[in-house]
Design a protein around this ligand. Sequence first.
Ligand code: CP3
Length: 345
Amino acid sequence: MTDFVDKPLLAVLRGERRDPAPMWLMRQAGRYLPEYRALRAEKGGFLDLVYDPPSAAEVTIQPLRRFPLDGAILFSDILIIPYAMGQDLWFETGEGPRLAPKMTEARIEDLKPQLDRLDPIYETVRLVKAQLSPETTFLGFAGSPWTVATYMIAGQGSREQAEARRLAYADPAKMDMILDMIASMTVDYLSGQIEAGVEAVQLFDSWAGSLAPAQFERFVIARNAWIVSELKKRHPTVPIIGFPKGAGGKIGAYVRETGVDAVGIDETVDPVWAHRELPAGLPVQGNLDPLVLIAGGEPMREAAHRLLDALSDRPHIFNLGHGISQDTPIEQVEQLVELVRSRDR
Ligand code: CP3
């Protein structure tokens, strides 16, 4: 019975304006925190952390012990879906994720789904839920089909997502099948997170910016729209944040055609433009440049105030335009949180 507890972030996701704007930071759990690095070293690696639910729960909560943030985001990764679809997943130190077999070579029928690879994530959600203070909003997430597909196809991060874009032209039927498989698993996965206790979810489409308009329509808009409508059938009241990073001028169409409840904007989007172009009352999340957070001082204060001014007439969730960098000084984050929380509009 926590329904009567005020959760500012959830209220804004449902369309209320709040002063001060609630805030959280993308990638708020991670390497810029010494306590994260210590636990990661103790457990062995990133995936060992993700697959040890008590540790993953601890990492989820670590940033909230330091900063009075309004949201906690589940500690996991968008690549857990390809892993559950049957690809091998590992992280090369200093380089990034690797998936095998690559979908340039394998067929989707060759993969053997291993849905039990999702169970520990739900366990993490339950453990976090039991520890979170009631005014904190608990966010789940998944990658959007196009972004996840770019890793599945190339087997790793790729320049300009060229392998996936090439496959889309060379074998459109295979591309459709990969995207549909990811979308379908993602609906089940997000439903599982919701049933275990998250209160809103974010769809990360980190590579939405690399597509030609017709493909953006099919790979980004249509697939996110499908996920939103399926999820709404099962969980009509749970807000969905869409984050089509790099989508620029296509954000308006994305919002109108996907049915997301809120949209995340990256740091290349002018918040004054976003306010003018996006439907009145639509909650907007973002978009301080993660690099100005590293710089700190007056440039950071100025940028944060400009952002808060630009979005003061609509529901706004203060966030970065992309994930926090690992070399961000903790004092800078403290100053930013203090600035946002103490500001009178
Ligand atoms: O926001 C959060 O704190 C929640 C956890 C979270 C992680 N990854 C943890 C993580 C979330 C939401 C993600 C999303 C994610 N993962 C995206 C989309 C958002 C974005 O940043 O564009 C993408 C593309 C991935 C795939 C991925 N995971 C890459 C490319 C890498 C390696 C690059 C890197 O930053 O190290 C990861 C690893 C990863 N995921 C780390 C964390 C904390 C770093 C792991 C470590 O070395 O400890």
